[in-house]
Design a protein around this ligand. Structure first.
Ligand code: XUL
Ligand code: CO
Length: 442
C-alpha cells in the first residue's frame, strides 16, 4: 500500500524532557493512571472531517492545504486514498478511535441511492482498514448542514420534503455506524435553529426536532444499534440561535419531549465557551444531570467570537476537564474526539501530527494532575466543609419534605442571631493549590 506520510514514523512516548517535537512527552498509552491505562481512560479519537477532508479554506480565503490524496481527480479514488491515509495516520499516532460524517468519507452521487452506494463502498474499505490498524469507530454522524437543501435547517426546515430527506440520510448514517461497530452516534444540529423569529414557527420547529429524534431512537432500536445516542450542544454558528444551545437547554428539551432516557450530551469545549460557559461548567452540569456522554476536545480563542476549533493546549482546561471525567467514572462508551483543526497557516503534513501530539499530551498531563487532585481529595474536602451546615440540624430539617417556610421562620426567630457567621470562599487559595498541583506533576 502507498505510504502517504513517508517522512513521519510511529510517534513514541519519550517523556517530558524529550526535545523531539514528534514524540509524546506525557501520553504513554500503557501507563496506569488511577484505575486503568491512559489509553483506556482517554479514548482519543481523530475527526475525519478536519484532518483528512477539510483543506484550510475560511470565509476570506481559499484552501491552503493540499494532501497527496487531494490531487486525485476521480472523487471515489480520492475517497479511497483518503481512507488509506487516514488509517496510516491513526496507526502512526497510536489513535484508537475515529469519528466521521457520512459525507466526509464518500462523495455524494446524483441520487440518494447513488450516494448510499458510494458510501457503502468506502465503508467496506474502512471496515478492512479498521481491522488492519486495530482502530474502532467512536461515533458516526450525518452532515445535515452543508448541502443547499439544508439552507433553512434539516429536521427544523419549514419544508417537509427536507425533513424527510434528512430522515433518510440519518437512517443510512445510523446503519453505517452500526455496521462499523460504532460506540456512539452524534446529532449536531448545525442548522437546527433560526436567524430571525420574524419568519420562524419556533414551536413547530421544536416539535419537529423532537419527532425526528424519536424516529432516530426507533430506527436505532429496529436495526439493533446498541451504541449511545448523543446530542452535541452549540449556541450559535451557523444559525443565530441554535436549539441545542448548551447542556441545560438540551436537558430541558429532552425532558419536555420525554426523550431523556435515550440521549446523552457530546460536549465540545469551544461550544461551551461560545455559550458563555467554561468547558468545566458544561462537563459538571452534564455529569450532575447524568448526561455526560462524550467530549469533542478542542479549544477556542476567547478574543475571537467564533468556533476556532484549535487543538487543546491549555493545561488548566484539560486538568479540570479530566477531573470531571474522573468524577464521572470515565467517559466510556464515549471518548475524547479531537474536533480540532490545524490553523490554515499550518499547512504541512507534520503540523497534523504536531497538533494531535500537543492535544494528546495536554490531556494526558491534565489526567495525571486530575488523578492526584482526586486521590488527595483536596477540593472535595474543601467543598464538603463549605456545605457542612447542610449536615447539621437546620440542614437536615431543610431536606425534610415536611419542613415549610413557617418552620424555617420559627427557626430563625428562635435560634438565629445576626449577623450570621459566614466563611471565606477562598477562591484565591484554591487557585494557588491548583497551580501547585499543576507545577509539581511530572
Ligand atoms: C461543529 C461541530 C461538528 C460536530 C459533528 O461545530 O462541532 O463538527 O462535532 O457534526
Ligand atoms: Co463537534
Amino acid at each position: 500500500m502507498k505510504e502517504y506520510f513517508p517522512e513521519i514514523g510511529k510517534i513514541e512516548y519519550e517523556g517530558r524532557r524529550s526535545e523531539e517535537p514528534l514524540s509524546f512527552k506525557h501520553y504513554n498509552p500503557e501507563e496506569t493512571v488511577g484505575s486503568s491505562s491512559m489509553s483506556d481512560q482517554l479514548r482519543f479519537s481523530v475527526a475525519y472531517w478536519h484532518s483528512f477532508t477539510a483543506r484550510g479554506a475560511d470565509p476570506f480565503g481559499a484552501k491552503t492545504i493540499t494532501r497527496p490524496w487531494d490531487e486525485i481527480d476521480d472523487p471515489m479514488n480520492r475517497a479511497r486514498a483518503r481512507a488509506e491515509a487516514a488509517f496510516e495516520f491513526m496507526g502512526k499516532m497510536g489513535l484508537d478511535y475515529f469519528c466521521f460524517h457520512d459525507r466526509d468519507v464518500a462523495p455524494p452521487g446524483e441520487t440518494l441511492a447513488e450516494t448510499n452506494e458510494n458510501l457503502d463502498e468506502i465503508v467496506s474499505l474502512i471496515e478492512k482498514l479498521m481491522e488492519e490498524y486495530d482502530v474502532e469507530l467512536l461515533w458516526g454522524t450525518a452532515n445535515l448542514f452543508e448541502h443547499p437543501r439544508y439552507t433553512h435547517g434539516a429536521a427544523t426546515s419549514p419544508n417537509a420534503e427536507v425533513f424527510a430527506y434528512a430522515s433518510a440520510q440519518v437512517k443510512k448514517a445510523l446503519e453505517v455506524t452500526k455496521r462499523l461497530g460504532g460506540s456512539n452516534y452524534v446529532f449536531w444540529g448545525g442548522r437546527e435553529g433560526y436567524k430571525t423569529l420574524l419568519n420562524t414557527d419556533l414551536g413547530l420547529e421544536q416539535d419537529n426536532l423532537a419527532r425526528f429524534l424519536a424516529m432516530a431512537v426507533d430506527h436505532a432500536k429496529k436495526i439493533g444499534f446498541e451504541g449511545q445516542l448523543l446530542i452535541e450542544p452549540k449556541p450559535m454558528e451557523p444559525t443565530k440561535h441554535q436549539y441545542d444551545f448548551d447542556v441545560e437547554h438540551v436537558a430541558a428539551f429532552l425532558r419536555k419531549y420525554d426523550l431523556e432516557d435515550h440521549f446523552k450530551a457530546n460536549i465540545e469545549a469551544n461550544h461551551a465557551t461560545l455559550a458563555g460557559h467554561d468547558f468545566h461548567h458544561e462537563l459538571a452540569y452534564a455529569r450532575e444531570n447524568d448526561l455526560l456522554g462524550s467530549v469533542d476536545a478542542n479549544q477556542g480563542d476567547l478574543l475571537l467570537g467564533w468556533d476556532t476549533d484549535q487543538f487543546p493546549t491549555d493545561v488548566y482546561g484539560t486538568t479540570l476537564a479530566a477531573y470531571e471525567i474522573l468524577k464521572n467514572g470515565g467517559l466510556a462508551p464515549g471518548g475524547l474526539n479531537f474536533d480540532a483543526k490545524v490553523r490554515r497557516e499550518s499547512f504541512e503534513a507534520q503540523d497534523l501530527f504536531l497538533g494531535h501530539i500537543v492535544g494528546m499530551d495536554s490531556f494526558a498531563f491534565g489526567l495525571k494532575v486530575a488523578q492526584r487532585l482526586k486521590e488527595d481529595g483536596v477540593l472535595e474536602e474543601f467543598a464538603r466543609e463549605r456545605y457542612s451546615s447542610f449536615r447539621g440540624e437546620i440542614g437536615e430539617k431543610i431536606k425534610d419534605p415536611d419542613t415549610d417556610f413557617e418552620v424555617l421562620e420559627e427557626h430563625v426567630r428562635e435560634k438565629v442571631s445576626e449577623p450570621i457567621e459566614l466563611e471565606s470562599g477562598r477562591q484565591e487559595k484554591l487557585k494557588g493549590l491548583l497551580n501547585s498541583y499543576i507545577t509539581t506533576t511530572g
